[in-house]
Design a protein around this ligand. Structure first.
Ligand SMILES: NC(=O)NCCC[C@H](N)C(=O)O
Length: 407
């Protein structure tokens, strides 16, 4: 398969999605906060909404790959199966006795069953039958003391936000280093996929999960060789420096614009406040449009030198200059400040470009979508009443694998 991704808006050819499943049914009022959801989604409706999103992409001739299917395929390969099982068993919460019992349980699962557990986790009570009804010795101390509502293996309800756990830069894949505890295990799955699945054989990795924190939602491919990287609640300055160093060394970037964003939930990633909808246009939260700044990071003068850093300078003109264009057009989220704040919260900014001037957006953000259309951007509206309870929109829910180069 040809793989290439050097912009945000080139004609989208293939994308990695994750259809939400049993892992969403793990969310309760007790755990939703720590699992990074702002509500308890109606699972069946969330699945319908996700199917509508995937159907909209297919209607536009985008090939949709599903993470659970690729995971099931890769689990048929012994090295991948061993690696993924070990990653789960490495959780220090388990202790030796429970680790052995969980290891035995996983050992007998076929690839479909194992993929299911790796995604949806394993609840305390689901393991009980495998431990014997009254056999305290087999259960051991940790299982006995765990609350019956606890998970032996934590679920991954945020896996549907495939944007964050991996990203592509040119012909390189980058596996994220996720900042939040609830999401860290997601990258054991994507890391294994890129290294073991035959579809990705030979793909060089420009970033890996053991490095400093970088999340895909913070990365925008502004133009070939020009990256913008938000630093805030998720991606750290050290992560930005590491990605810049690696992208320069791999030859997939010449300029990295590092963009500080407020460290708060509403703006957890750069793509919650800014996405590209044309080769020279961004959709942006108006409240920050004038205050956003960028530090320009370029490669050191000699091989082995530290990267050069300049700035801060205002983001919009700095980005335009790095992209080699006169100016970036800005389309505002919402209309008035209150609508803008509401629609930013509901992922109005978080559009996914299918091609220049054609994007997918949540239908609920009516004012923002109208603004886009007034600016000449065609909007493919998809439902997101349940999906948005995880605070992610069409861009967060997609990891583009291939886009055509811009003409
Ligand atoms: N790129 C994005 O903004 N992704 C949305 C991630 C939402 C998820 N509940 C999280 O807090 O990580």
């Amino acid at each position: 398969m040809a793989r290439y991704l050097e912009t945000e808006v080139g004609r989208l050819r293939s994308v990695l999605l994750h259809r939400p499943g049993a892992e969403l049914a793990r969310l309760t009022p007790r755990n939703s906060g720590s699992l990074l959801f702002d509500g308890i989604p109606w699972v069946a409706r969330a699945q319908e909404e996700h199917e509508a999103f995937a159907a909209a992409l297919r209607r536009h001739e985008v090939t949709v790959l599903y993470l659970d299917e690729l995971l099931t395929e890769v689990l048929a390969l012994e090295p991948a199966r061993a690696e993924l099982t070990e990653a789960v068993l490495a959780d220090p919460r388990l202790g030796d006795t429970l680790r052995r019992r969980v290891g035995d349980y996983l050992h007998y699962l076929d690839p479909v069953g194992l993929a299911g557990v790796l995604i949806a986790g394993l609840a305390h009570e689901e393991l009980r039958p495998a431990l014997g009804r009254r056999d305290g010795q087999r259960r051991g101390l940790v299982y006995t003391l765990l609350d019956t509502h606890d998970f032996v293996i934590d679920p991954l309800p945020n896996l549907l936000f495939t944007r964050d756990s991996s990203m592509w830069i040119g012909d390189h894949a980058a596996v994220a280093s996720l900042a939040m505890r609830a999401r860290r295990r997601e990258t054991t799955l994507t890391h294994a996929l890129y290294r073991h699945h035959p579809r990705f054989a030979g793909t060089p990795l420009v970033y890996e999960p053991h490095l400093e924190h970088v999340e895909g939602g913070d990365l925008l491919l502004l133009a070939p060789g020009v990256l913008a990287l938000g630093v805030g609640e998720r991606t750290t300055p050290a992560g930005a420096e590491r990605l810049a160093r690696r992208a320069f060394a791999a030859g997939v970037a010449e300029t990295v614009l590092v963009v500080p964003i407020a460290q708060q939930r509403a703006t957890m990633h750069l793509d919650t406040v800014c996405t590209m909808v044309d080769r020279d246009a961004v959709l942006m939260y108006p409240k920050i449009a004038d205050s956003l700044v960028a530090y320009t990071v370029t490669r050191g003068a000699e091989p082995g030198d530290d990267p050069q850093v300049s700035g801060p300078t205002p983001f919009l003109p700095t980005a335009a200059k790095a992209m080699g264009i006169d100016a970036l057009r800005v389309i505002d989220t919402g209309l008035d400040p209150v609508t803008a704040e509401r629609e930013q919260w509901d992922d109005g900014n978080n559009t996914l470009a299918i091609a220049p001037r054609l994007c997918v957006a949540y239908e609920r953000n009516t004012e923002t979508n109208a603004q886009l259309e007034r600016a000449g951007i065609e909007v493919v509206r998809v439902p997101g009443s349940e999906l948005s309870s995880g605070r992610g929109g069409p861009r967060c829910m997609s990891c583009p694998l291939v886009r055509d180069p811009l003409p």
